[in-house]
Ligand binder design. Structure first.
Ligand SMILES: [Zn+2]
Length: 196
């Protein structure tokens, strides 16, 4: 059908899983079939580098395969339901970590408000909500910066320092508190240093 085809080209609707090409069991569920989503599993494939500015951190899995595809769909094609589904996938692991570390506050690395308006949601916030966690909106992005991945390691740490601020409502609340910060991708750990 022509109309359906046009919508597919525009990316407004999908009838097959964007990763494996298989039938979608439920077209509303957001671009990936259940079998592919089940492929996203926790793993600890790397040595945990010592990030001196964090007390502890945990990586869910490597940024590859279905997991990286899922994040790209959420971020670049604004597929919000998929953020909630990804939250469900990581929830057991995340809640376990929260149980072990008992943070006073939980938050996430936010997108700039321009990107928020364009996309309509903040992916990290929605992933947390999907996991059953209600985060505080502690941080904001000062400037609409280039993606951090485009900087070299040293420049990235400098860029992060300039890029984020703590919202006024939390300035006193975070003093001396242990804050868990959720982010979708850890590259250099630069963003993880931001509360230091
Ligand atoms: Zn699939």
């Amino acid at each position: 059908m022509v109309l359906g085809r046009v919508f597919t080209l525009l990316g407004l609707t999908e009838s097959t899983c964007l990763v494996c090409g298989g039938e979608l069991d439920d077209p509303e569920q957001g671009y990936l079939c259940t079998a592919c989503l089940k492929d996203i599993k926790p793993s600890h494939p790397m040595d945990y580098e010592n990030l001196s500015f964090t007390e502890r951190y945990r990586i869910f899995s490597r940024y590859e395969g279905v997991l990286s595809e899922t994040l790209k769909l959420i971020k670049f094609r604004s597929v919000k339901p998929l953020a909630h589904r990804l939250g469900k996938v990581v929830s057991e692991n995340l809640l376990e970590f929260i149980g072990e570390t008992e943070p006073d506050l939980i938050t996430y690395v936010p997108v700039h408000r321009w990107r928020f308006w364009k996309r309509g949601f903040d992916h990290n916030e929605e992933i947390l909500k999907g996991a059953g966690v209600q985060p505080g909106q502690i941080l904001y992005r000062r400037k609409h910066s280039k993606p951090l991945a485009s900087y070299g390691r040293e420049d990235r740490f400098r860029a992060v320092k300039d890029a984020f601020g703590v919202r006024d409502a939390y300035l006193e609340k975070i003093e001396g508190r242990r804050v868990l910060v959720f982010d979708d991708v850890l590259t250099s750990g630069a963003t993880a240093s931001l509360l230091n």
